[in-house]
Design a protein around this ligand. Structure first.
Ligand code: SF4
Length: 284
């Protein structure tokens, strides 16, 4: 017992200060791939190896239209491995949560007729995730208390995931991330929840359960789709067993890309959703 107390005193706090201070990210962490569209001479090898179809190509009238969907991307890095021109690289960016699904889609149009047989960029529309409107370092606990008069309650719903996202969600409760420092807690019943945190490509046997859970959650409520599967179906897509992204079944307010999203990415998305909840409370 004495040793435990001694260890507790000498170790100090293990809790990270994110989002007040930047997250400490391992150099091995895989974040979103970045595309230097001007320097990208040929998108086809990347599209061929992409396991989820996140890079799609359509050719018409001498143009090649390339669509990159971060909502499908599992951050595997294969596109970077096969892009010999160095135009694709994996970053360590993880703050990608957004309220707008379309903002996760990057489009570029290339001319096929440039000298040397290289693609030449003609136009592009970039993907822009939008983070918490308020300063991410805002006093979240105070804001939630002002908003709800109590803590923010989250009901997690596994609608068919591989449990990779669940591992990261569980980590939100450990001493390192300690999400309860914001007054945010996980609850067992949707009837006590303000937010549904939904993972997985919605499997057909979870579809009805998800609808019922949504119906059982009192208004105002927000729904957060977690990970590539929750956003789009991810590696599973839409098939005989899965319906695809969560928004195929219920309305989604915030999307958190990643496979799985790391705890800081989840926290970033939850804070964004909290801002959305605040808006719906003040306008209702
Ligand atoms: S990192 Fe994303 S875009 Fe690149 S190959 Fe993997 S899934 Fe496809």
């Amino acid at each position: 017992m004495f040793k435990i107390l001694q260890k507790t005193v000498t170790t100090g706090s293990a809790t990270v200060a994110y989002p007040d201070t930047p997250a400490v990210i391992s150099e091995h962490f895989r974040g979103r791939p970045a595309f230097d569209l001007e320097a990208w001479t040929d998108a086809r090898p990347a599209a061929e190896v992409c396991p989820t179809g996140a890079i799609m190509i359509r050719e018409r009238d001498g143009f090649r239209r390339v669509t990159i969907d971060y909502g499908l991307c599992v951050f595997c890095g294969q596109c970077a491995d096969v892009s010999t021109d160095g135009a694709v690289r994996l970053t360590r960016e993880f703050e990608l949560a957004t309220e707008d699904r379309r903002s996760l889609i990057l489009q570029a149009e290339f001319s096929l007729n440039d000298q040397g047989g290289h693609d030449r960029l003609m136009a592009s529309r970039s993907a822009t995730g939008n983070g918490p409107e308020d300063d991410p370092g805002m006093k979240v606990g105070e804001a939630i208390h002002k908003l709800l008069g109590r803590s923010l309650a989250i009901r997690e719903v596994d609608a068919g995931s591989c449990n990779g996202c669940e591992l990261e969600i569980v980590a939100l409760n450990n001493p390192v991330h300690d999400i309860e420092r914001f007054g945010i807690q996980f609850v067992a019943s949707p009837r006590h929840a303000d937010m549904l945190l939904v993972t997985g490509p919605v499997t057909r046997n979870m579809e009805r359960a998800l609808e019922k859970t949504y119906a059982a959650t009192p208004d105002p409520k927000v729904v957060v789709a977690v990970g590539a599967c929750g956003i789009s179906g991810g590696i599973f897509g839409i098939n005989y067993a899965t319906r695809g992204g969560v928004d195929e079944i219920i309305p989604v307010d915030v999307y958190i890309p990643g496979c799985p999203p790391r705890p800081e990415a989840l926290l970033y998305g939850i804070l964004l959703a909290t801002g959305r909840l605040a808006r719906s409370v003040t306008t209702s």
